[in-house]
Design a protein. Sequence first.
Length: 465
Amino acid sequence: MYDILIIGSGPGGYVAAIRAAQLGLRVGCIDKSEVGGTCLNVGCIPSKSLLDSSLKHYHLLNQFEDHGLHVDGVQLDLDKMMSRKQDVIKQLTNGVDALFKSNKVDFISGIAKIKNRNEVEIIQDSKTEILETQNIIIATGSNPIELENIKFDENIVDSEKALKFDRVPKKIVVIGAGVIGLELSSVWSRLGSSVTLLEAQNEFLPMLDKRISRQIFREFENQGLKILLDSKVLEVQQDSSEIEVTYSIKEEEFKLKVEKIIVAVGRKAHTKDLFEDGLLEIDNHGLITVDNFCQTSEKNIWAIGDVVRGPMLAHKASEEGLMVVERIFGKDTSLNYDHIPNVIYTHPEIAWVGLNEQQLKEKGKDYKVGSFPFLASGRALASGETAGSVQVVSDNDNDKILGIQVFGPSASEILQQGLIAMDNGVTSKGLSKTIFSHPTVSETLLEATLAMNGEAIHIQNRKKK
Ligand code: NAD
């Protein structure tokens, strides 16, 4: 009898399994494929590998000259880039395998189905086995959404296949200008593809402050991405060499011929055939219903990560996994869902947490705002990375930081520093008293908090109301 059986070995499942073993619980982690889930095998890690490789290519062609470095005859070896990516994946999945062994987590290969509160059926190579357990954690993740009128095939692909093209397509249409759409567009446009993004909404990155999303839009257009908002894909027609995409913007129809279509219109929870009918409740978004602590209607069955409410992010899944295991063990662990950081790994990166100015206005909250452009940062200027800005908002009553948005170099790392302050109740004034090393791009966060109080040194402060 296991203490915990975990279904899925992605960043939700494997992290939960390791913590359970650390706490001395008998734990098994089941997966039908390689350990590591979407993140390590076909998502976060391979995409970051290609984002980094393609950025080096882009810089070689577009930035080195500015630094006085003339580079002739740049040659792209896509096979090598792809095999490097596979090596990175292998190193990480081997690492998780080794951690499972050293922590004594049982890795169980096969397809799992929950029969009842205490029994999980495992099917592997036509063999069926029933495992008994005190608790079950579902961490089965999500799959890309396929559009009704545009079915996946060799040339119309999801995010997984778009990381495996064997040559650089001349022209690509990406459907959806969200997180995946922007990251994959960046990879292929930096390697030489002409990329058009067709986005259904009439607003670009609506979760961000409007001023920042306008900066991002302009910067990406400068990098060569063509982003068409308010557009609807009506039809695709393929012949042997190309795909004709018919789309409309405000009733007007357009046509575009491309080699590949990447569909990045969101992901859906993976719950198919996972449990006996009626055992668990599924909401109208297809997600397993859970409480604030990821507990389902069956008290010893828990669900974490992409299969439940909240953002589909690896670190959110991992934190939920840790919380659930610690609660099973008897601790009172909880998670602050208002403080989950988000990052889009474009160049520059886009990172945000908490609320933005518009959201605070809608809530009728009395707030202060401070922002600082990278153009005024000595370090950003020295490295030639001056696009973007940092914006911080705080509560006007108690000065607690309520949200941070960063578009610029090392945005993910800068955001994390602000989030540590938020998590520990440090006020904007408190953060602005911290000594930041000079010259660093992190100083933009310091200056944004100073600007909030009319005290920024390296820009003209806004006049106080
Ligand atoms: P997303 O929700 O970020 O973006 C999907 C976009 O597609 C939206 O802008 C939406 O308006 C648009 N869209 C939907 N239907 C459309 C249609 N028919 N035509 C044109 N546009 C359409 O989803 P995603 O980019 O597919 O990512 C899926 C999930 O994975 C997200 O929750 C994301 O946060 C997560 N993810 C995160 C990271 C990261 O943290 N860097 C990386 C990859 C994926």
